[in-house]
Design a protein around this ligand. Structure first.
Ligand SMILES: CC(C)(COP(=O)(O)OP(=O)(O)OC[C@H]1O[C@@H](n2cnc3c(N)ncnc32)[C@H](O)[C@@H]1OP(=O)(O)O)[C@@H](O)C(=O)NCCC(=O)NCCS
Length: 167
């Protein structure tokens, strides 16, 4: 399985397997290297990311990953983590869904591949009766999520890096 660009013939979305971990870790590196200054070599990163992915794909517990592919080529991927809530006695889902690492290789972008991946992840969240699906969009990808019915939350607090402002 390669990550190379392709003339998209037909895009298939499928659940990732442990055997995909090598290619998935490469895509993860490509994604983060595209959007930030990396502080780790690709080889070093691969050594710790690939086993992490293998472990979580094998466990099939809280994480799932979907891959977009065309023939033998990987076009992109998306990951979802289910986060348990404390049981509650009202009619409210008891899971949250965290969507992350939505990535499509540059040459396959703008043809709906990212949307297909996102739909697969959201469909799964629906089958799991997820309460809130959340993610942090990049500036450029906001329109994509808005088109899939996401809204900007005004009732969420976040504390970056766990820092206490008084220290
Ligand atoms: C975001 C991304 C997965 C979308 O994949 P795609 O196959 O191009 O998606 P679609 O063709 O279904 O939809 C196109 C939409 O993707 C978004 N998009 C396009 N290029 C993008 C880019 N370089 N970075 C981020 N989002 C992008 C835009 O919202 C675009 O819609 P618009 O043209 O109306 O603004 C892909 O562009 C990508 O991998 N970007 C880099 C990684 C990234 O930013 N991921 C999102 C993290 S939150």
């Amino acid at each position: 399985m390669t990550l190379m660009n392709t003339q998209t013939v037909r895009t298939r979305i499928r659940l990732a397997r442990t055997g995909d971990s090598h290619a998935l870790a490469r895509m993860r590196y490509a994604f983060r290297a595209e959007t930030g200054a990396v502080i780790e070599t690709e080889v070093g990163f691969q050594k710790r990311c690939e086993p992490w992915m293998k472990k979580h794909l094998r466990a099939k517990n809280s994480w799932r990953c979907w891959i977009a592919e065309s023939r033998e080529n990987f076009l992109g991927n998306v990951w979802v983590q289910l986060i348990e809530k404390i049981p509650n006695p009202v009619s409210e889902g008891e899971l949250h869904g965290y969507i992350t690492n939505l990535y499509v290789i540059p040459k396959a972008r703008g043809k709906g591949v990212g949307s297909k991946l996102l739909r697969a992840a959201l469909n799964w969240c629906r089958t799991k009766k997820v309460d809130v699906v959340f993610l942090w969009p990049s500036q450029r990808s906001r329109a994509l999520y808005l088109r899939h019915d996401f809204a900007i939350a005004e009732d969420v607090f976040e504390l970056r890096g766990g820092k206490n402002s008084k220290q």
